[in-house]
Unconditional design. Structure first.
Length: 301
C-alpha cells in the first residue's frame, strides 16, 4: 500500500452465471465488511466491473474474498491498482468522485461502489430533455423493445448507450418505429486494456462495456408512442423493417445506460409540455436468485 490515503481499484473479469450471484467481502482489522452483495448485473454472460475500496476500509492487513453461487467462480482475471487522490480541474456541476485508472475511461464513483449502477433521472433543461430508457442491463439478442411517448417531435435527438458482447469490428443497428435508422459503432478500448482476454477461438474478443452513440433521424420519430430496438449488423437485412426472427441470438449481447436526448430548439413553456413517458421493455431478464448449489469461494490477500 503506497500510503494511508490511497484507494484500491479492483477490476474483475468474470463469467456471470444465469440466475446466480457474486458476493465480495473484505475481512480486515476493523472486522468483516460486505463490499458488494451481488456483483452480477443479471446478464448471464462475460462481464467486467470495477470496485473501489476506500482507505478507511483498507486499514491494516486484510483478505478480499469472492463468493459465487456456483462451484466455479468463473473469474478470468483480477486487476488491482492503487489510486492516489490528486487535485484536478473539474466542472462544479460534477458532484460525484471521479475515478481515473492508468488505462481506461474516467468513471463516476457511484459506478464503482459495488452496487447496481444507478439510472440517471429524466432531466429537463431549457430546450433539452434527457430520458433514460432502461434502469438495468438487458440482454437483447432475442429482441427487446423500448418505447417512449412523445408529445411532439423534437428538432434533433441523440441516443447513447453502453454495450457488451458485440464482436469488435461489428455494428449495432438501431431500429426506430420498425425502420432501420442507422448503426452504432462502439468505441474501441485502448489495446492495453485488460478486457482483451486471450482466446483460442478469436483474436478480436473484448470483455467489458463499450460506449456508443447515435444521431437520431427525427424524420422517423412521431408524436405518440415511439419504439426503439437494437440488433447485430449480421442478422438483419439492410432495408425494410425489423422482425423478431431478424434479431441476433449468437453471440450474447447486452446493453445498459440507454439515454435518449431530445432538443426542442426553442424552450417550451413548461417541462410537462414535452416530458416523455416511458413504458418498460417488452422483455425483462430474470433477476438473480440465491441458488441451492454449494457456493465456491476464493480469497485474495
Amino acid at each position: 500500500m503506497p500510503d494511508t490515503t490511497a484507494s484500491l481499484l479492483v477490476t474483475v473479469y468474470f463469467q456471470e452465471k444465469q440466475g446466480g450471484f457474486m458476493r465480495i467481502t473484505w475481512k480486515g482489522t476493523q472486522g468483516a465488511e460486505v463490499l458488494s452483495d451481488n456483483f452480477y448485473e443479471g446478464i448471464g454472460m462475460a462481464n467486467q466491473r470495477s470496485l473501489l475500496i476506500s482507505p478507511s476500509t483498507l486499514i491494516g492487513d486484510g483478505i478480499l474474498s469472492f463468493q459465487c453461487s456456483d462451484t466455479d467462480l468463473g473469474i478470468q482475471r483480477i486487476k488491482m491498482e492503487w489510486l492516489a487522490s490528486k487535485e484536478g480541474l473539474v466542472s462544479p456541476e460534477v458532484q460525484d468522485l471521479l475515478v481515473t485508472p492508468s488505462v481506461g475511461p474516467t468513471q463516476l464513483g457511484q459506478s464503482v461502489n459495488g452496487h447496481a449502477n444507478p439510472t440517471e433521472p429524466g432531466a429537463w433543461q431549457n430546450q433539452l430533455v434527457t430520458v433514460p430508457l432502461s434502469d438495468q442491463a438487458l440482454r437483447i439478442e432475442q429482441g427487446v423493445e423500448f418505447s417512449v411517448d412523445l408529445d411532439k417531435v423534437p428538432g434533433s435527438a441523440r441516443l447513447a448507450l453502453k454495450e457488451a458482447g458485440l464482436p469488435l469490428g461489428k455494428h449495432l443497428i438501431v431500429w426506430i418505429n420498425q425502420q432501420r435508422a442507422g448503426t452504432i459503432t462502439p468505441t474501441v478500448p485502448d489495446l492495453l486494456d485488460d478486457g482483451f482476454l486471450a482466446s483460442a477461438n478469436t483474436s478480436a474478443s473484448y470483455v467489458g462495456w463499450r460506449d456508443g452513440s447515435f444521431y437520431v433521424p427525427v424524420s422517423l420519430l412521431k408524436a405518440g408512442i415511439n419504439t426503439v430496438q437494437f440488433s447485430d449488423e449480421d442478422d438483419v437485412t439492410l432495408t425494410g423493417s425489423v422482425a423478431a426472427s431478424d434479431l441476433t441470438q449468437d453471440p450474447p449481447l447486452a446493453i445498459k445506460g440507454i439515454v435518449l436526448q431530445l432538443n426542442y430548439l426553442s424552450a417550451p413553456a413548461s417541462a410537462s409540455a414535452i416530458q416523455p413517458q416511458l413504458s418498460a421493455p417488452t422483455v425483462q431478464p430474470v433477476p438473480p436468485e440465491e441458488p441451492s448449489s454449494t457456493p465456491s469461494e476464493t480469497t485474495t490477500p
